[in-house]
Design a protein around this ligand. Structure first.
Ligand SMILES: Cc1ncc(COP(=O)(O)O)c(C=O)c1O
Length: 391
């Protein structure tokens, strides 16, 4: 990996130390250019006409994403973000009274709100799988919780706030023995970790474009395993998802595009496609290796600072590093770092309520690094955090 070249490809690295990749990464130049070029073409020649002309490139997004996660193009649906993708999958399941949903402690707020919403309509049991001694979803506890009433196992792969990488592949081994759906929220893992839907063994997987994939905002996708597509009826169906065939009937598509809408942000899709190809060219294993190396260094250096506590958990940790400084609010730390040209974000209790309550945490600073960050940037970051802590 030639970091200098990759940084040259990323104009933003000249302006800021960007440790907010779990929020939205800096886009490579070719990603932003593909969005801008497409928009320009639309403005000059017309939106529908430009889509017709670029149909092959648009379709390439499906095959590039499929290849990236070891799926088939007809198992991919393009949506506007991870939440839309996740909700499409979740609300396509035909839940019945008495069904059980098993989920992780580190579940993201939007997913959990959807469980609660479903419970207002159906008598389903929502159960939380305990964590193991490392703080990740316990595979052995899950094994004991399984029975024929489990309709869905829903796991966040890399949570928004704790460094943790959940053992989704081992969880997948368990789900294979049961007639249930397995949904993975890969919002923070796509582009960071080698996500392989065959190895995970999931039925559905939701992802976003703007985070570790380095795509444009307002892009995302849903993977649905071919054999399960027919068993999932989308909560909203438009004339792209289905054909209106008679006064009484419509025919749903038999591929994953039944989860899409007709109208789409094609410029965003062009950017997403470019971002996926860019990550593929670098190599996701290389990306993961460098992220974990940089993250380990950052955690190690932060933990040495007085008044600073690192709050990450999990046997395997990724590029999201969370910390607090005694008696200084996360917002204050974020603002101070921002004044020094360093981007981080904060993670609130309500984003991952169960996890934060279990660990008695209220607000964290989240520094999320990517492969294009450097050891020099980490040193600079540590110097600034030390100064804040020394005040
Ligand atoms: C784990 C996780 N899931 C889902 C989401 C929602 O993603 P999006 O904003 O693309 O809908 C986030 C966003 O931060 C997240 O961290």
């Amino acid at each position: 990996m030639n970091i200098n070249t990759l940084r040259d490809d990323t104009p933003g690295t000249k302006n800021v130390i960007h440790f907010n990749n779990a929020g939205a990464s800096l886009m490579p130049k070719n990603v932003s250019e593909s969005v801008i070029n497409y928009l320009r073409e639309e403005s000059l020649y017309g939106g529908y006409e430009t889509a017709d002309k670029n149909r092959d490139s648009i379709n390439k997004a499906y095959s590039s994403i499929a290849e990236f996660i070891n799926a088939r193009p007809n198992e991919i649906a393009l949506l506007e973000n991870a939440t839309a993708a996740w909700n499409m999958a979740f609300f396509s399941i035909d839940f019945s009274d008495g069904d059980r949903i098993l989920t992780s402690i580190s579940e993201y707020a939007s997913n959990f709100i959807s469980y609660l919403r479903l419970q207002e309509k159906a008598d389903v049991n929502l159960e939380i799988i305990p964590n193991d001694e490392h703080g990740q979803t316990s595979v052995s506890s899950l094994k004991k919780m399984m029975d024929k009433n489990v309709k869905l196992i829903s796991i966040t792969h890399i949570p928004t706030n704790s460094g943790l990488v959940n053992p989704v592949e081992k969880i997948g081994d368990i789900t294979q023995e049961y007639d249930c759906f397995y949904l993975v929220d890969a919002c923070q893992s796509i582009g960071q970790y080698p996500v392989d839907v065959q190895k995970i063994g999931c039925d559905m997987l939701s992802a976003t474009g703007r985070k570790y994939l380095r795509g444009p905002r307002g892009t995302g996708f849903l993977y649905t395993k071919k054999d399960q597509i027919e068993n999932l009826i989308p909560p909203f169906i438009d004339l792209h998802a289905a054909e209106w065939s008679s006064k009484q009937k419509y025919e749903l598509r038999n591929d994953a595009r039944r989860f899409e809408n007709w109208e789409m942000n094609y410029a965003g899709i062009m950017g997403l496609q470019t971002a996926v190809e860019y990550a593929s060219d670098i190599g996701i294993n290389q990306i993961w290796k460098r992220i974990t190396k940089l993250a380990e260094k950052l955690r190690w250096e932060l933990a040495k600072l007085p008044r600073v506590s690192v709050h990450d958990i999990g046997e395997i940790k990724g590029g999201i590093i969370t910390f607090t400084i005694d008696s200084i609010s996360s917002r204050e730390i974020k603002n101070h770092l921002s004044g020094k040209g360093i981007n981080v974000s904060t993670s609130s209790k309500s984003s991952t309520l169960l996890d934060m309550e279990e660990r008695n945490l209220s607000n964290l600073v989240r520094a999320s690094i990517h492969y294009y960050n450097t050891l020099t940037e980490i040193d600079q970051f540590i110097r600034v955090v030390k100064k804040i802590a020394d005040r």
